[in-house]
Write a protein that binds this ligand. Structure first.
Ligand SMILES: Cc1ncc(COP(=O)(O)O)c(C=O)c1O
Length: 390
């Protein structure tokens, strides 16, 4: 008998991304003719700024879409470096910018057996990718007091002599909360002194609240130029399906990253790179800033709406368009709550199980990347659903 195909341990052990599983069930319900309010995915409803769509049409109509260099179009790397200068006051050499992201960063830094510290709760894919390269991830418990983020005390107390790196997303998914800049600087310094790398996922940074003086949140690069920064066109620029991100890495890492990029992917999508150049025009940035303000209005709507139906958000977000709240008072686990909310109220949410262990069975994530009308409808349906639970 022919033996069955062997599937790698890596592939067998990777957990599903439940947000996408719930998205799949929501799509199946829609295919049956139900109107589902989808608050499970972090996808801005706006799409790309209009100038980016024009640039895409112009690019595909005017040139053959050949490969670019493995690290990306030089003009795009330059535009991203300039954005750091103009938006965040940080000097970044375009040679350190690569049109690549977490898979390559992790491939460049993680060896099997390396211990990596990540907050619990946190975005699951970053953890899964690190584990795919053999990392032993330590999920560091957090609480509402630390805004569900790492702090120096928790990093220090979970550090071992096998710790090789830390991964932070600030603002975070699923809580939408940021690590204060002085705290993140201290965490990075602690790791740097111990020879450990820092991967900082800033994919929501430009959606973050500005301070009282109107200044945007600081990039980690303003205090740790050796951090590996991950970012993307998906969220602030509303380009989730375009599959284009970037990272800024220390100069010493560039050659390794380039070799990995050449072999793993050759290059990022060429049409997407050409179109993304139009993200950094004053017009597109003004569109994105208006959208950031709209997310602020949606956040207020959601915080108020959830409070009114008895599901208050313990720590309001300050950056990413998510709220994370406890549903255990309803008598259901968060898994049951999300399953029943989808089946009975046709509202798609994401259960805490995606994000770690500590809040896995109690908390639910709601994304307010959907329109205000959808959010109102979703909260009204959730209110009726919660009322049926007594
Ligand atoms: C913290 C975080 N990092 C990375 C990603 C992945 O984004 P992309 O669309 O750029 O792959 C997400 C998506 O939700 C996220 O929340």
């Amino acid at each position: 008998m022919i033996p069955p195909m062997r599937i790698s341990q890596r592939a067998q052990s990777v957990a599903p991304f439940y947000a996408m599983e719930f998205g799949k069930h929501a799509a199946a319900l829609e295919a049956e003719g139900h109107r589902v309010v989808k608050l499970s995915l972090g996808e801005p409803d706006f799409g790309a700024p209009p100038a980016v769509l024009d640039a895409l049409r112009e690019a595909v109509g005017s040139r053959p879409m050949t490969y670019t260099g493995a690290l990306g179009l030089p003009e795009l790397r330059l535009a991203i470096a300039r954005f750091y200068g103009e938006q965040h006051g940080v000097d970044v050499d375009p040679g350190r910018v690569a049109s690549a992201a977490l898979v390559l960063g992790a491939a460049a830094l993680v060896d099997p057996g390396d211990e990596v510290l990540i907050a619990d709760p946190s975005y699951p894919c970053n953890r899964q990718i690190a584990e795919s390269f053999g990392a032993r991830v330590t999920l560091v418990p957090t609480s509402a007091e630390s805004r569900y983020q790492l702090d120096t005390a928790s990093v220090r107390s979970h550090w071992t002599d096998r710790t090789r790196g830390i991964m932070v997303a600030s603002p975070s998914n699923p809580t939408g909360t940021s690590v204060p800049a002085d705290e993140l600087a201290a965490i990075c310094e602690l790791a740097r002194e111990r020879g450990a790398w820092r991967i900082v996922d800033e994919i929501y940074l430009d959606l973050g609240d500005h301070d009282a003086q109107g200044r945007p949140p600081r990039s980690v690069l303003s205090y740790d130029q050796e951090a590996v920064v991950i970012n993307s066109f998906s969220k602030y620029f509303g380009m989730t399906g375009w599959r284009l991100g970037w990272c800024v890495v220390p100069e010493a890492l560039v050659p390794a990253l380039e070799r990995l990029a050449q072999n793993y992917m050759i290059c990022a999508s060429t049409p997407a790179q050409h179109a993304a150049l139009a993200c950094f025009t004053p017009g597109s940035l003004a569109v994105c800033e208006e959208r950031r303000a709209e997310f602020g209005r949606r956040r207020a709507l959601v915080l108020d709406g959830l409070e009114q139906i008895g599901l208050p958000v313990p720590v309001p977000p300050d950056g990413a368009f998510y709220v994370y709240f406890d549903v255990s008072g309803t008598g259901l686990s968060s898994w049951e709550f999300c399953g029943r909310a989808l089946r009975e109220a046709h509202v798609a949410l994401t259960p805490g199980r995606d994000f770690g262990v500590g809040t896995a069975e109690t908390h639910v994530r709601l994304s307010y990347a959907a329109s205000a009308d959808e959010l109102r409808e979703g909260i009204a349906r959730l209110g009726k659903f919660v009322a049926t639970l007594g």
